[in-house]
Design a binder for this molecule. Structure first.
Ligand code: ADP
Ligand code: ASP
Ligand code: MG
Length: 455
């Protein structure tokens, strides 16, 4: 058995879903379980509708829902063949429910994380139905499974964590046997609490769903089908013309994802590592390209750096001890505050009298600063970006930092950090400097390529 996950762009239109059906056909003998994201930018649209409604803009919210209804009907029904009347009913029922929900929210004027998930989950609930009907009309024995019946999560709505033992048990009991004969289609991103409340795993979470499903059914491979040829040496939206990385280790991929490579959700590798299941990233528009294989051990590579990841929207918090020297327990007090507000810290650097750290979640910044200021001077600065060199060879290659610094002579580097794993070297720069920074580093580290690893 294998898991094949198709992201939003891979199922964004009638043509895209037809391509997906063709790809799945080719892998039929390996008994695929298919996990799909919401079609195109549906999740964004749903969240926007929810926010409009909660802000009391009922008509705008209903108009957004109506747009999504039209989009799903147009592409969905064209795919369903002779079963289009049945799919039409399903789609309309979901949207009637959304209409009511949006009207309710606009009266209450408030959006709870639980309602957010109820709305956001519709994208995957619908796309999985559309894809099931499309597969059937393409001659595939597709079987729809509501992911909320099998992915059991805690109740941290909008970023729920799977309860793995229960989830794996259900996948083994309910999905694996079906996959022996049928092509199971499930929505990614969504799950439910043990008492049946719909949850989501956080933005980009369908990759994570795919890995959970893969681990639960003990798949021999997890394929992440997306809109690029695989992991590239740099984010193509920042530096186009990067190279495909043919293979990368789990540890490297995790660092890449964590430091901003949107192509893979950071949690994806965890279940895969636990069960030692290889993950492959592939392009649904160019299925003949081999993609990127993520494996336990890194293949030998002559280049010290495998890829450069980057993340915008970073805030740096500078904290100085009000006494001249750092008192005992200073760091602990700082981290306790961030922990209490569930705000994770990406980069840290310390000196005798001050600590700088970076966060990407500003939800509780006001409270965090207020608490920090009870014992230290603290200020925050937005508009920063993290740029991170990733590669297992960084560890044993001397002179990497020197090369990076000479490539960045013109850049004002705000912070530097090297994780304990020594497979990354990160820099904080102003967001305005992001592109030139990544470009300069890319030129420095990828002017020569080991053909065994890069394409
Ligand atoms: P999907 O909808 O299939 O989940 P995503 O948009 O979440 O796709 O992820 C794919 C995108 O990730 C690419 O289109 C690309 O813009 C972005 N990306 C960022 N960094 C990288 C990288 N290093 N390699 C490849 N893609 C990257
Ligand atoms: N549809 C969800 C999102 O846009 C999950 C995903 O695509 O991975 O965040
Ligand atoms: Mg994604």
């Amino acid at each position: 058995m294998i898991v094949m996950k198709f992201g939003g762009t891979s199922v964004e239109s009638q043509e895209a879903v037809q391509r997906v059906a063709e790809i799945v056909k080719r892998y039929k003998a390996r008994r695929p379980v298919v996990v799909v994201s919401a079609m195109g930018k549906t999740t964004n649209g749903l969240l926007q509708a929810a926010n409009e409604a909660a802000a009391g803009r009922r008509d705008q919210a209903l108009a957004l829902v109506d747009e999504l209804r039209g989009y799903h009907l147009t592409h969905g029904l064209a795919l369903a063949g002779h079963a289009s009347a049945e799919l039409d009913r399903y789609i309309r029922t979901h949207f009637e429910w959304l209409d009511e929900l949006v009207k309710g929210l606009s009266i209450v004027g408030e959006l709870s994380p639980r309602s957010t998930d109820a709305i956001a989950s519709t994208g995957e609930r619908l796309s999985s139905l559309v894809v099931t009907y499309a597969f059937r009309s393409a001659g595939l024995p597709a079987r729809h499974v509501d992911a909320r019946r099998v992915i059991v999560t805690d109740d941290r709505f909008t970023h729920a964590q799977p309860v793995l033992e229960k989830t794996y048990a259900r996948l083994k009991e309910e999905v694996a046997p079906l996959a022996e004969t049928d092509i199971v289609v499930m929505g990614g991103f969504i799950g439910a609490t043990p008492d049946g409340q719909t949850t989501t795993l956080g933005r980009g979470g369908s990759d994570y769903s795919a890995a959970i499903v893969g681990a639960g059914i003990e798949a021999e491979e997890i394929q992440i089908w997306t809109d690029v040829d695989g992991m590239l040496t740099a984010d193509p939206r920042i530096v186009p013309g990067g190279y495909r990385v043919k293979s990368i280790s789990f540890a490297e991929a995790a660092e890449m994802a964590y430091f901003g490579a949107k192509v893979l959700h950071p949690a994806t590798v965890v279940p895969a590592i636990e069960k030692k299941i290889p993950v492959v990233i592939l392009n649904s528009r160019r299925p003949e390209v081999e993609g990127t294989r993520i494996t336990l051990q890194a293949a030998p590579c002559k280049n010290p750096v495998k890829s450069i990841s980057s993340k915008r929207g970073i805030t740096v918090v500078n904290i100085a001890s009000s006494r001249m020297l750092m008192a005992h327990g200073f760091l602990r007090r700082i981290f306790e505050i961030f922990d209490r507000y569930a705000t994770s810290v990406d980069m840290v650097s310390t000196s005798e009298v001050s600590v700088s750290l970076t966060v990407d979640n500003l939800e509780n910044m006001h409270e965090i600063l207020r608490e920090l200021r009870t014992f230290a001077e603290a200020r925050s600065e937005d508009g920063q970006a993290i740029v991170c060199l990733v590669g297992e060879n960084i560890r044993q290659t001397p002179g990497i930092a020197g090369r990076a610094f000479s490539a960045l002579q013109q850049t004002n580097i705000r912070m530097i950090s090297q994780g304990a794993s020594l497979l990354n070297l990160g820099f904080l720069v102003a967001e305005a400097d992001l592109k030139p920074t990544v470009s300069a580093l890319h030129d420095e580290f990828f002017s020569e390529l080991d053909p065994a690893v890069f394409a």
